[in-house]
Design a binder for this molecule. Structure first.
Ligand SMILES: *Cc1c(COP(=O)(O)O)cnc(C)c1O
Length: 388
């Protein structure tokens, strides 16, 4: 399959016609166990936690899309992240992006720090030199998210991977916001990619899922394979099927998300009730050049500061009709949220504002509706601000 291009791999990798029946779509193998011919002699499957054919098809497909060696599917993005952290020994130090997904921050601080005695440093990795300043004897891993959430900062993946390899650290990239259609961290030198497949990979807001893709068939891959079975937070055959179906259209969906997001960013940038638009696709954006260098296009997420404060933000969010007021992202439908009031509300206001997340910040996940309708929706809701 490796000779094929992205869309072909999305539709065919791991997905040969079913050998028993010829079914063109991968069947949902709803079974917990598999009959053996003689003890230990079987057709490659014994028990569905260790392996299930529907999940295998999905794992082969995501590994192909990320141009990695092996894929592993989990019951959520956080379950996948947890297994990556389980590869570390107690007392390890890890260096993470400062504006991390909230759930990742919670997993590190409230779960792994107390249970594994993990030490964590948070660094603004838009200045990769800052990473080297905090490397210590027990540093084992660098954890990156780009574009970041919700400020859509872009981190230079090649530079970070270079630092990781110089110091012999495991490099991990959370590729949820970009998807492999836009960005392939393994090709830029990363060891592991992790996804909340709940978002763009599945794309239809109907499951929660996570995946890990490894770069090489090495000891780290074997450890993750072992942990997937030993910890057991695997993706079900039903959800594996849905995720496979979602992946088939990843390239057309991502291309359309990027197109619509560009329109939305351009519209907001010239609107009198908007203070500033954060979108790496805008030539004025400070991360435009690095985004252009490492991404195929600029993604479907757009953040902006509305003129005013919490009241104006609320008024805007109450008045959109197409942009549904909800957390999450990456589905075919457009969503809007206020990070300071919703996804990032648990971070104390002072720290939040230090990181640039003010009450007037709005984050949009631009969906696949007609762009004219989306722009009308935004225009209407912005008009209502201060006049409702
Ligand atoms: C949603 C999300 C996660 C967590 O994934 P779940 O599937 O919700 O467990 C991790 N990282 C990023 C960037 C996310 O957006």
């Amino acid at each position: 399959m490796s000779q094929y291009r992205f869309s072909t791999k999305a539709i065919h990798s791991g997905q040969e016609a079913d050998s028993a029946t010829g079914a063109i779509m991968t069947p949902i193998y709803a079974t917990s166990t598999f009959v053996q011919q003689s003890p230990g002699i079987h057709k490659g499957y014994e028990y569905s936690r260790s392996g299930n054919p529907t999940r295998t098809a999905l794992e082969i497909c995501v590994a192909a899309l990320e141009e990695g060696s092996a894929g592993f599917a989990f019951s959520s993005g956080l379950a996948a992240e947890s297994v990556i952290l389980d590869t570390l020994e107690s007392g390890s130090h890890i260096i993470a992006t400062d504006d991390l997904y909230g759930g990742t921050f919670r997993l590190l601080e409230k779960v792994k720090k107390p249970s594994y005695n993990l030490e964590i440093s948070y660094v603004d990795m838009t200045q990769p030199e800052a990473i080297e300043k905090v490397i210590k004897k027990n540093t084992r891993m660098i954890w990156v998210e780009t574009p970041t959430n919700p400020l859509l900062k872009i981190i230079d993946l090649r530079k970070v991977a270079g630092i990781a390899s110089r110091y012999n650290l495991i490099s991990v990239c959370d590729n949820t916001f970009a998807s492999p259609y836009l960005q392939k961290p393994l090709g830029l030198g990363f060891d592991l990619v992790v996804h909340s497949a709940t978002k763009y990979l599945n794309g239809h807001s109907d499951i929660v899922a996570g995946v890990i893709v490894t770069k090489k068939d090495d000891e780290l891959t074997q450890k993750i394979k072992f942990l997937q079975n030993a910890v057991g937070s695997v993706l079900s055959p039903f959800d594996s099927f849905l995720l496979l179906r979602g992946l088939k259209t990843l390239s057309v969906r991502m291309a359309a998300h990027c197109q619509n997001a560009k329109q939305v960013a351009g519209f907001l940038a010239q609107h009198e009730k908007v203070d500033q638009v954060l979108y790496p696709g805008l030539p004025s954006n400070p991360y435009h050049e690095i985004a252009k260098a490492q991404m195929k296009d600029f993604g479907g997420m757009v953040s902006f500061f509305i003129k005013g404060g919490a009241a104006e933000t609320r008024s805007f969010l109450e008045n959109t009709k197409l942009f549904a007021l909800a957390e999450s992202l990456g589905g075919v439908e457009s969503l809007a949220e206020a990070p300071a009031l919703m996804t990032h509300a648990s971070i104390p206001k002072e720290i939040r504002e230090q990181n640039g997340i003010y009450d007037n910040l709005v984050r949009l996940s631009v969906g696949l509706e007609d762009s004219e309708d989306l722009l009308h929706d935004l225009e209407y809701a912005l008009e209502k601000v201060n006049s409702s």
